[in-house]
Design a binder for this molecule. Structure first.
Ligand code: SF4
Length: 539
């Protein structure tokens, strides 16, 4: 089928030259990547006050830098408040870890940067990044120098560009894997991250490439998931258009089969298509999911093949779906006889000190490789059998559990009010307290299925609330006494894998932050008492 398309669907005002919103204007005026030179030559020398507003709140994101929320302000952002009013002169710095892969040497460098320049802060995100806080612009060039000396970067860690590429934390070591996708992730990173041909996209662009469906492929802008083609052998099923926030959508299959070698070219084709045809008029309708939804998979595939690839992809079967997404926690045998061990911090919160202890412990156990997971967890690979128990014991002493409680294992939280300017409520500390409350109250709950609890501090969905069993969206709620307090809108029954779908928003279910422990206890207890054999929460 040949379809007619135009490349100016909504990007520009009627004269076809004038961008329609401020983000498009500053991106058209100067590429986000170009701010690096100004940071190195001007801002780091002249300080925070010298930063141009379009760089401060716009282009610096292309280098992983967001202003963090000013401290000492009580309460969250109100409707009348612009996020800029909450700007602090410190930054959150996001370090991209494509595929979640780090050597212990790289981990140690991140740890040292955290202790030296980030007040010992570090969070493992659900996109396999590490985020530091309290970073000063004066220190950024030195931080880059240290990161780049060990092959790490903050390039395009935020901004309207290709963000970190998710990959299986067990790529190359799992016995369940047929084909290791790491070469494709490395090639994309080498060729296209920092490439000005795709650094001005309509909106952020999220990628997942993995043999196992353990990278939330259903909710990425583009995903490649492993599948064996009956005639062509192992390769990847191609999905596009997933995403959360407002108007959440599950990615759709294009029905095309992609070989490992083709993945970088096909990925580049999808990104170029998004660059040229994606909607730029309204930011909240700019993600690729809206284009995919309007076009449908058939037209999308046709335009991709004809205009951007120059060849047709063969049809392919769908990738198998796991019952419950794998989180890789605990001790698992690798293909080479060693083990990989998944450890759980609470909601991804660690510190520079802890990361440095992890690097030391991993090396003492004979490993040089660590992986971050899309569940805010951390794996140590290549552990010889005799080192498994010593490593598990040592990691426990730094607060990382290989055998965590069910609540620690399946609770995630976004950054929230502590550092995020968009936040309405506290999430990280609330989630840490919630895990402790549930551990104490429900230690003996008789349940053989996980209950995933995700907390967001605002309607954005950095912690994927719509795909949690219990999704909690931060908002101000009114108590029975008419008091306005921090709380959450509840979404129930979302999931990934076999249960892929979005939780139902129950309008009547709003819970104050203070009551959250009681609420989740009631839900979990009722579910445990009333479920039929084998029933999962999302069912
Ligand atoms: Fe910030 Fe909202 Fe994202 Fe949480 S969900 S990190 S509050 S933007």
């Amino acid at each position: 089928m040949t379809v007619v398309t135009t490349k100016n669907e909504g990007q520009w005002a009627l004269d076809q030259r004038e961008p329609l919103n401020h983000n498009e204007q500053f991106k058209a005026q100067d590429d986000g990547l170009n701010v690096r030179r100004r940071i190195e030559e001007v801002y780091s020398k002249q300080g925070f006050a010298s930063i141009h507003p379009d760089d401060l709140r716009g282009r610096m994101r292309w280098w992983g830098l967001y202003t963090q929320r000013r401290q000492g302000i009580s309460g969250g952002r109100t409707a009348s408040m612009e996020p800029e009013e909450l700007d602090d002169e410190f930054f959150m710095l996001r370090i991209r870890c494509d595929g979640g892969a780090l050597s212990t040497e790289q981990l140690r460098v991140i740890a040292q940067i955290s202790t030296e320049f980030g007040r010992d802060t570090a969070d493992i995100t659900d996109r396999q990044n590490i985020q530091l806080h309290w970073v000063r612009v004066e220190d950024v060039p030195e931080i880059w120098r240290r990161l780049e000396a060990v092959g790490l970067s903050t390039t395009e860690a935020c901004g309207d560009c290709p963000r970190v590429v998710l990959g299986s934390p067990v790529a190359g070591v799992s016995s369940a894997e047929v084909l290791d996708a790491t070469p494709a992730i490395d090639e994309i990173s080498r060729r296209y991250i920092g490439d000005p041909t795709v650094s001005n996209l309509p909106r952020k662009f999220k990628t997942a490439i993995s043999w196992l469906p353990d990278t939330a492929p259903e909710i990425n802008d583009v995903s490649f998931v492993g599948v064996v083609h009956p005639e062509l052998g192992p390769g990847f099923d191609l999905l596009v258009g997933g995403g959360l926030s407002t108007n959440p959508k599950l990615a759709v299959r294009l029905g095309a089969f992609v070989t490992l070698e083709q993945v970088p070219d096909v990925w580049y084709g999808v990104v170029q298509l998004f660059r040229d045809y994606g909607y730029r008029r309204l930011r909240h309708r700019a993600r690729i999911k809206f284009l995919v939804s309007d076009w449908g998979p058939e037209k999308f595939r046709d335009v991709l093949q004809r205009e951007f690839l120059g060849f047709d992809l063969p049809d392919g079967p769908p990738a198998p779906v796991d019952e419950t997404p794998l989180d890789h926690i605990g001790i698992h045998k690798q293909v080479d006889g060693n083990a990989y061990i998944g450890f759980a911090p609470v909601v991804g919160r660690v510190s520079g000190t802890i990361l440095s202890q992890v690097a030391d412990a991993a090396e003492r156990a004979g490993s040089g490789r660590v992986r971050l997971t899309p569940h805010q967890k951390l794996l140590v690979l290549d552990v010889p059998p005799e080192q498994i128990q010593p490593l598990v014991a040592e990691m426990k002493t730094v607060g990382l559990e290989a055998n965590p409680s069910r609540w620690r294992r399946s609770t995630m939280a976004c950054t929230g009010l502590e550092f995020c300017k968009l936040a309405i409520v506290d999430t990280k500390q609330r989630a840490i307290d919630l895990v402790a409350e549930l551990d104490a109250r429900l230690e003996h709950l008789d349940l053989d299925v996980p209950i995933a609890i995700h907390l967001n501090g605002c309607p954005n969905s950095c912690a994927r609330i719509q795909t949690a069993d219990i999704g909690l969206k931060g908002q101000i709620v009114t108590t029975a006494d008419g008091e306005q307090v921090e709380g959450f809108q509840v979404h129930l029954g979302g999931g990934l894998g076999l249960d892929a779908g979005f939780g139902r928003k129950l309008r009547a279910h709003k819970v104050t932050s203070a009551e959250l422990g009681d609420y989740v206890e009631r839900l979990a207890t009722n579910f445990a008492q009333q479920r039929t054999d084998g029933e999962r929460f999302a069912e």
